[in-house]
Design a protein around this ligand. Structure first.
Ligand SMILES: NC(=O)c1ccc[n+]([C@@H]2O[C@H](COP(=O)([O-])OP(=O)(O)OC[C@H]3O[C@@H](n4cnc5c(N)ncnc54)[C@H](OP(=O)(O)O)[C@@H]3O)[C@@H](O)[C@H]2O)c1
Length: 261
């Protein structure tokens, strides 16, 4: 899904830096994009589950790229068995949520230097991501009853709640922060699953769109400038309005986890 947005941005003449762990695939994709232009791209190898490395990368990037017009947080994983980082963070949450919080926090100074800066967080279907009280703050690390799909859904939900929090924080700096439902898009989310589920994901892929039309729209449409704190589904959007106490509980936990990592 991320690749389809990168393609659309390069097609519009932008320079895109994109992150992944698969260096061979990433450099090949960047070379393909650069061969066809008109924009260009650079692949950056970085493991988003390694939170100290994400912070180091972001600080270096901010020094190298002083003005950033768009930050897209679209990485995510579905892990059949619970895995934790060396610091004890559940990996689905680290890749899909906490790394995005670090990137937003560290790169907002570079975004503030751009003319029409935008942050976009991948979300999911409304029934999951807009539910008012999905997260169990006593067990954000999924230590009890781990379930791969639930862990993945919790990360997109948390990222959607944090979208509203960041939209408020960054409003004065003119940085728009929105979440978007990508639609049902061909991808590799099933790659770590046991073979019956992997097969199911592969068969499902045959029927899915190769690109996220809504993701491309929210990344490129100039008329969306000034809309912030919204959840986009297709080309329509609604303002996010989570309960203040729920947002506060998520933010307290987020700050606690980031301070320790
Ligand atoms: N596809 C859909 O229909 C859909 C619908 C709703 C929501 N979503 C959400 O969108 C997100 C992405 O879905 P997708 O379909 O694009 O998944 P995907 O095809 O599996 O792609 C995941 C991307 O994340 C990168 N990634 C994974 N782990 C990483 C890590 N540790 N460090 C750095 N990059 C990492 C992968 O790059 P490397 O392989 O190079 O690491 C890849 O580019 C997920 O959170 C999913 O829940 C997807």
């Amino acid at each position: 899904m991320g690749r389809s947005i990168v393609r659309a941005l390069v097609d519009r003449g932008m320079h895109v830096h994109f992150i992944g762990t698969n260096a061979e695939r990433g450099t090949t994709q960047a070379a393909d994009l650069n061969a066809s232009g008109p924009g260009s791209s650079t692949f950056i190898p970085c493991d988003l589950s390694d939170l100290p490395a994400v912070r180091t990368f972001a600080r270096q990037f901010r020094d190298d790229v002083p003005a950033l017009s768009l930050l897209l947080n679209v990485a995510g994983v579905v892990l059949p068995k619970r895995q934790v980082t060396p610091e004890g963070i559940e990996k689905t949450f680290a890749v899909g949520y906490l790394s995005a919080m670090i990137l937003i926090s560290e790169l907002s100074p570079a975004l503030a230097q751009a003319t029409t800066p935008r942050i976009l967080n991948v979300s999911g279907s409304p029934g999951i991501v807009l539910s008012p009280d999905r997260l169990n703050f006593e067990d954000l690390m999924a230590q009890t009853n781990y379930n791969a799909v639930r862990a993945a859904m919790n990360t997109v939900h948390a990222k959607t709640v944090a979208t509203e929090i960041w939209a408020d924080k960054l409003k004065d700096q003119g940085i728009d922060v929105n979440a978007f439902h990508p639609g049902a898009v061909k991808g590799q989310l099933g790659r770590s699953m046991p073979w019956p589920l992997r097969t199911l994901f592969s068969v499902g892929n045959l029927f899915l769109s190769p690109e996220t039309i809504s993701g491309i729209h929210v990344s490129t449409a100039p008329e969306l400038q000034g809309i912030t704190g919204h959840y986009f589904i297709g080309k329509t959007s609604r303002a996010l309005s989570f309960d203040p106490a729920y947002k506060k509980a998520l933010w307290t936990e987020t700050e606690r986890l980031l301070a320790a990592n």
